[in-house]
Design a protein around this ligand. Sequence first.
Ligand SMILES: Cc1cc2nc3c(=O)[nH]c(=O)nc-3n(C[C@H](O)[C@H](O)[C@H](O)COP(=O)(O)OP(=O)(O)OC[C@H]3O[C@@H](n4cnc5c(N)ncnc54)[C@H](O)[C@@H]3O)c2cc1C
Length: 337
Amino acid sequence: MSARVAVIGVSIAGTTCARLLTDAGHSVRLFDEPGGIGGRMTTRPVEWLDDDGIVHHSSFDHGAPGFTARSPDFVRFVDQAVRDGLLARWVPVVAPGSHTPLDVATLWVPVPDMSSLCRGMLSDVSISPACAVAVLRRDNDGWRVESAGAAAAQGFSHVVLAVPPQQAAPLLQPHRPDWAQQATVLPMAPSWTLMGVTTDTELAAPTWDLAWPTHGALAWVVHATTPWSQTYLETPVAEVQAMLQQALAQLLGRPLTWHHTAVHHWRYASVPRADASAAATGNCWWNASLSLGVCGDALGGAGVEGAWTSGRALATSVIDRYRAAPAVAGLTAARAC
Ligand SMILES: Cc1cc2nc3c(=O)[nH]c(=O)nc-3n(C[C@H](O)[C@H](O)[C@H](O)COP(=O)(O)OP(=O)(O)OC[C@H]3O[C@@H](n4cnc5c(N)ncnc54)[C@H](O)[C@@H]3O)c2cc1C
């Protein structure tokens, strides 16, 4: 008998957990919001018109631009993903005068776009890709996943929440109010991101890929710094867009004409490195009697590697517990509760 697991959130933490559970013989179904697959590792396609009315297509990696691999286990995972054609090394040229918070010699990017890593890892796993989960209920038939007032799926023996902690909190509240409370206070930094297509010839064919100015609003070419994003957290989108366009023009020292611009507000963009206290949380939260778990970068440590570590830790907890006491962890026991 295998567990029947609902995984909410199809980014690197949820994907890693789902992959390992599936490989261990469990039945997994994933849920994500419309357009959400990949989470903060995502690529946004846009269509825009030039001055002659000709349609062009561009795409923006507007979440994580790439990631590093440090621990031996994550390096092994990356090596396998490279062999599977899901990841490639990226050595960006950094603009002169930038300070470099990333180790740009060892960056990895999913190919051909940012969500390809998750999609590729889950090619044989069932995904409900347009299902924003609003409520989790638990009764004698196990866990039920509800979206927009209707049951999306039911009869799960286990639930894994792989969403940012502040988004997990309302789903946890009826079952583990103490976790819900802790989730709301886990530190997550916001980020405003500007995406644009400009007529500027240097930006159209840049001599560099990434820039980190040492002062002002911009951290990457289009990502605002955390303090700036916090200051303008609730500022209307149009104002933020104008300010970031102006900041980029100031950085480049010349006015810019745009074909297309948009901004995206990441309310929960990243875990501040100083707050990445993974060891204190055991990398994930797992409640064996409820068969309920939480994973993600907020628990596993900053960045993609931290989210992967957390998803793996939670899968290991579920698998070990199930191996030790399948009847307790399974649906039969849930019915008896
Ligand atoms: C601008 C920016 C720059 C970054 N730069 C870097 C970097 O350089 N290096 C690095 O390592 N990391 C970087 N990161 C952080 C990295 O992207 C994250 O650490 C990582 O993606 C976290 O993965 P996760 O699986 O924990 O969560 P997420 O990627 O947030 O995935 C959560 C998923 O849950 C889904 N979801 C949420 N609520 C619900 C719901 N109710 N129902 C259904 N689905 C739901 C979301 O749609 C999403 O797909 C950056 C992030 C941003 C935004």
